[in-house]
Design a protein around this ligand. Structure first.
Ligand code: C5P
Length: 251
């Protein structure tokens, strides 16, 4: 098999496990554990027990003891999306990915730079880790992208990076649900399309600029929805998570 095709086969395999589990919407909702302490994270997980089975751990919690917590949850069968948005020289990225594979994580993000993605795909080969390419952060609009020095508008940049992720053999894409439909057309049915920036009607947007409701995100072709503040910041987290799942099912 040519090299590029082997990469693609890996991506499809990594994703197949995830997409097969999607028969329940529960497996498609990822709650962002964006809390400052381990104690608060444990409390959120306890409150969401039986409703949520997939968590995202990012910078805030990772640097507050969250990596051991991620290992612990994963060893008990909970899926963990480690949102580390890696970007470094190839060797450093590869060694980091190898270590994260050993932690038993389900998903890992890296910035969708072609060289970075290729190094990560090589390092994750043979494992079940689903590598996700971050295209353009959902907190960025056209002016932010220009300020960052890119000549493309966010939409064009998202599509270009999705194509590069597909060719690199990545397991999926992180993008705004506004772009999920166009991304799905590029990456085909087998890659994960993971969308943050989800806001149920009437909820606070915070710093997110490209937001979509849970139902619309599903209709647009998202395989997984990442929801942070709307659930974690709610007084009744369980009720909000259940309402979001109902809305996803209704789509
Ligand atoms: O609180 P909220 O629902 O906005 O949380 C979204 C989560 O998804 C945050 O943890 C954020 O870091 C993450 N994320 C994002 N946009 C991306 C990639 C990740 O908002 N492109």
């Amino acid at each position: 098999m040519p090299h590029a095709d082997r990469n693609l086969a890996h991506a499809v395999h990594a994703d197949r496990d995830l997409i097969h589990a999607e028969d329940t919407m529960r497996d498609r909702l990822i709650v962002g554990l964006d809390v400052p302490t381990l104690k608060e994270a444990e409390k959120a997980v306890r409150e969401l027990d039986g409703v949520v089975s997939f968590y995202k751990i990012g910078y805030q919690l990772a640097f507050a003891g969250g990596l051991d917590f991620a290992r612990e949850l994963a060893s008990g069968g909970t899926r963990i999306f480690l949102d580390m948005k890696l970007l470094d020289i190839d060797n450093t990225v590869a060694k980091g990915v190898e270590a994260i594979v050993r932690m038993g994580m389900t998903m890992l993000t890296l910035h969708a730079y072609p060289k970075t993605m290729k190094a990560a795909v090589e390092a994750a080969r043979g494992s079940d880790l689903c590598l996700l390419g971050v295209t353009v952060l959902t907190s960025m609009d056209e002016q932010d992208v220009i300020d960052a020095g890119y000549e493309y508008d966010p939409h064009t940049l998202v599509l270009r990076r999705s194509e590069q992720a597909l060719h690199a053999g990545m397991g999926g894409i992180v993008c705004s649900a506004e772009e999920a439909e166009a991304v799905r057309r590029i990456v085909g049915p087998n890659m994960a399309v993971v969308t943050p920036g989800i806001r149920p009607k009437g909820s606070d947007h915070g710093d997110q600029k490209r937001v979509v409701t849970p139902a619309q995100a599903i209709r647009n072709g998202s395989s997984h929805l990442v929801v942070g503040r709307p659930i974690v910041g709610a007084a009744d987290r369980r009720a909000v998570a259940e309402a979001i799942l109902d809305e996803m099912r209704s789509a």
